[in-house]
Design a protein around this ligand. Structure first.
Ligand SMILES: *Cc1c(COP(=O)(O)O)cnc(C)c1O
Length: 448
């Protein structure tokens, strides 16, 4: 990686260049997302290096974490696969250039139309329920599939600290439960009757799941695969898809836990995974991109209410939806910068950092100690490369901000590549509903 390597300095370097190059401008461009492509390359390298070279591993990026086609195309060039959960994500993965054999389709609600498309292309499919299995039978109509087909199992090992992110609870909506006695027997029968079922898939959850729990979930999936193979008298199951879910440290720049730590735990809990009898698919999303992206937004106004300073910025619920609606589960760091992008170093003052949407909960942070923000300053939100600006929420007809891919050259020159243009704020952005009237727009500045 060229350019500055300390993450804080590097973000500041990129932010200053963005201001200098006019990508952030208090009149025209109030908010933008940035993805550090050098950082992404480093993270993908660390993911590969964490897995033993002796096993075949396809690292499929979970598209929902950041489904911008140029981001997906960059990951494709790094040799990754792509995990998709809807027909829309499948379309984006194909548009990004992923060959079908490197795409994995997981969803608990696959429509027949999407299943037919995936089977036709030869995309890998993880079946989520017995009814879906019957549907696959009917589409295949006795023919052998081109696709690799697996079953998502629910290891039922338990949940993490964020209920909405925990997918391996006893009653989770995902997968076929392994410890409900009837269901395990029925699933063993399903594998016996379908020699083309050759993969077992599990994903214990995302942010908030302890690593031990995730590794236990994988161990349960491997144990089930071994059971199928014993019953079949040979290697029917040839691959394990271990899902994603490595949590991200939102409290600082340290990458913890890292992929190597997780792989060491997997080797301890599920040694058969690395026996060489199984190919491996992974589906990491947040841990690939979160720390390689940040958001920057201007402070439009400041005020004081009830004695508390408030900075009103252009970043809020439209780009930080989870943080705004569930602040205890999704706190974000914020750094304060002057209008040129230079970090502010004044003594910290407790203040609220608010977004532009019309409800009082639209806050990026409450009572946060930061150098006092002033009108025209810039706030920077690290760790937002996944599930933030790539997935905007259209509340209040707030426009989608521009997103740039960034590389820093050997000469320290910061080069930006426009990955998604900003929506024109006056083109009624989201979905205007049926209308015959062209949206009016301001005709010019009023100057007196
Ligand atoms: C969301 C999801 C992932 C990615 O989770 P991260 O926490 O972003 O790594 C992987 N697999 C499945 C099935 C998912 O639903």
């Amino acid at each position: 990686m060229t350019g500055l390597t300390d993450p804080t300095d590097r973000r500041e370097q990129i932010l200053r260049a963005a201001v200098q190059q006019g990508l952030l401008d208090p009149d025209r461009s109030l908010l933008a997302g940035f993805i550090d492509l050098d950082g992404v390359a480093g993270t993908v390298g660390s993911l590969r290096a964490a897995f033993p070279g002796s096993v075949s591993a396809l690292h499929a990026f979970a598209a929902k974490a950041n489904s911008l086609v140029p981001v997906l195309a960059e990951l494709e060039r790094h040799g990754m696969g792509c995990e998709v959960a809807t027909g829309g994500e499948l379309a984006r993965a194909l548009a990004a250039g992923f060959p079908p054999e490197r795409i994995v389709f997981d969803s608990p609600v696959k429509h027949r139309r999407d299943l037919e498309w995936a089977l036709d292309l030869g995309v890998t499919i993880n079946v989520d329920s017995f009814q879906e299995l019957a549907r696959v039978d009917s589409i295949l109509a006795g023919l052998a599939p081109v696709s690799q087909i697996g079953v998502r199992v629910n290891s039922q090992v338990g949940g993490g600290t964020i209920a909405a992110m925990s997918t391996a609870t006893r009653t989770s909506k995902f997968g076929i439960p392994l410890s409900d006695p009837e269901s395990r027997r029925e699933l063993l029968r399903a594998f016996r009757e379908r020699p083309w079922l050759t993969w077992v898939h599990t994903h214990a959850g995302s942010q908030g799941c302890p690593l031990d729990l995730m590794a236990q979930g994988v161990a349960e999936a491997v144990a089930f695969a071994e059971e199928v193979n014993r019953a079949a008298g040979g290697p029917q199951v040839t691959g394990i898809d271990i899902g994603g879910g490595l949590p991200v440290n939102f409290a600082g720049d340290e990458v913890t836990p890292d992929f190597a730590t997780y792989v060491a735990l997997l080797a301890e809990h599920a040694p058969d995974l690395f026996s060489g009898r199984y190919a491996i698919v992974t589906e990491f999303g947040r841990s690939i991109l979160a720390k390689n992206g940040f958001l920057a937004a201007y402070v439009e106004y400041t005020k004081t209410a009830g004695g508390r300073p408030i900075a009103l910025t252009h970043a809020g619920v439209q780009v930080a939806t989870r943080t705004v609606f569930a602040p205890e589960s999704w706190p974000l760091r914020i750094t304060a910068h002057d209008p040129s992008g230079l970090a502010k170093h004044g003594s910290p003052v407790r203040q609220d950092i608010a977004g532009p949407a019309c409800f009082s909960g639209d806050l990026l942070a409450r009572d946060r100690a930061l150098p006092r923000l002033e009108q025209g300053d810039i706030v920077l939100l690290p760790d937002t490369g996944a599930y933030y600006f790539s997935t905007p929420f259209h509340y209040n007809s707030l426009p989608e901000p521009a997103v740039y891919g960034v590389r820093v050259g050997a000469d320290d020159r910061v080069a930006f590549d426009l990955f998604r243009p900003a929506q024109d704020p006056y083109e009624v952005s989201a979905r205007p509903g049926r209308t015959t009237v062209p949206a009016p727009r301001p005709s010019g500045l009023v100057r007196r």
